[in-house]
Design a protein around this ligand. Structure first.
Ligand SMILES: Cc1ncc(COP(=O)(O)O)c(C=O)c1O
Length: 367
């Protein structure tokens, strides 16, 4: 039995009529840019995220960069973020002319370790960018305390964490602004690129709305040098159709994660744990093992498509070499990058496939 890491086709087939109707509706209206579909999705996603405002943008990367710009982060500024994340977190910081400063992760949760943030603060630090990795909320209380103490802005990278909560509060509205990706494989995925910003701050929402659409106030007047980073109406309509199912899909992910937890606890694997008092949404089910690459090959030979998130921490990526980090500078992340495996998880995976993955792992460790 072949087991994919994610199965977007299974999800499409489960709601095919709703998706096809949403696409046909937009095409029939031939209203592809902004308009009612975008407004409706923004209202629905704001409500889902517990935020007052939501602004749809063209990707999670755009959400991060526009948020930083709206907060006034720019050349000469530093933004502290995790090294264990997708490159877009740091790219967005570069895109506004600022400099990322990487901190190491907590070995239990793989999220940014709040106890390391203060040592990374300099007079140039302008913002913190916690990343809710794998759908697991960062430990936000100490992060918000530090932000308050030093007068820093907080941009939450919630690209992997739709519907996740920290102490009962949805991620994205704990800091100043929250950024989501709707990349197809995400828990709420578009059929192409899309993203959104959520915030309770009207001024910030207005600024992002202005920036995403060429800084225009009317068709012909541009008061800011902005960007072409709007969300497509087609994607908004698809996302509205899918959002209705997200809570049920998240429950399914959590059920499969629990099943993995129960069945892996006697194997020599370290399960990446949710942060205390958090509601994790398991975008990725991550474990850490010795002999990771051998296990990955074994699983692939059994037609089980496991993944790695991420094999190279950002501070060791060639594109960030100019920042001057060396191997050994953020050791927990370096260990994580060598040890992490992402097991197949998606709402439709089912008990049989989870059992097959567990059995393959047990056989590998037996041998
Ligand atoms: C943690 C994180 N941040 C940012 C992004 C960027 O999102 P996008 O691919 O929609 O630009 C992603 C996803 O790809 C991500 O996983």
């Amino acid at each position: 039995m072949a087991i994919p890491l994610v199965d977007l086709k299974a999800q499409y087939l489960s709601i095919k009529e709703e998706i096809d109707a949403a696409i046909a509706r937009v095409i029939n209206k031939t209203a592809f840019i902004l308009g009612d579909e975008v407004k409706q999705f923004e209202t629905e996603f704001a409500s889902f995220s517990g935020s007052t405002y939501c602004v749809g943008v063209s990707s999670g990367t755009a959400a991060l960069a526009l948020s930083l710009r709206a907060l006034g982060v720019g050349p000469g500024d530093e933004v502290i973020t995790s090294t264990m994340t997708f490159t877009a977190s740091a790219e967005a910081i570069f895109h506004v002319g600022a400099r990322p400063v990487f901190v190491d992760i907590d070995p239990k949760t793989f999220c940014m370790d709040p106890s390391l943030i203060e040592a990374a603060i300099t007079p140039r630090t302008k913002a913190l960018m916690p990343v809710h990795l794998y759908g697991n909320p960062c430990d936000m209380d100490p992060i918000m305390e530090i932000a308050k103490k030093y007068g820093l802005k907080v941009v939450e990278d919630a690209a992997q964490a739709h519907g996740a909560k920290y102490k009962g509060t949805p991620v994205g509205v704990i800091g100043d602004i929250g950024c989501f990706s709707f990349y197809p494989g995400k828990n709420l995925g578009a059929y192409g690129d899309a993203g959104a910003v959520v915030t309770n701050n009207k001024e910030l929402a207005d600024k992002v709305r202005l920036l995403r659409d060429h800084g225009r106030t009317t068709k012909y007047e541009h008061i800011e040098v902005g960007y072409g980073e709007r969300i497509d109406a087609l994607q908004a309509a698809i996302l509205s159709a899918k959002l209705k199912h997200l809570t049920e899909w998240t429950e399914a992910r959590r059920k499969w994660a629990l099943l993995y937890d129960e069945n892996l606890k006697n194997l020599p694997v370290k399960i990446v744990e949710p942060t205390n008092e958090s509601f994790a949404v398991y975008h990725i089910y991550a474990i850490a093992v010795d002999r990771r690459d051998a296990l990955l090959k074994y699983l692939h030979d059994q037609r089980i498509q496991a993944g790695i998130h991420y094999p190279i921490p950002l501070h060791l990526q060639p594109c960030y070499e100019s920042l001057g980090y060396k191997r050994g500078s953020l050791p927990v992340s370096e260990w994580a990058a060598e040890s992490e495996i992402s097991l197949p998880i998606y709402p439709e995976i089912g008990e049989e496939k989870v059992a097959a993955v567990v059995e393959a792992l047990a056989k590998f460790f037996d041998a």
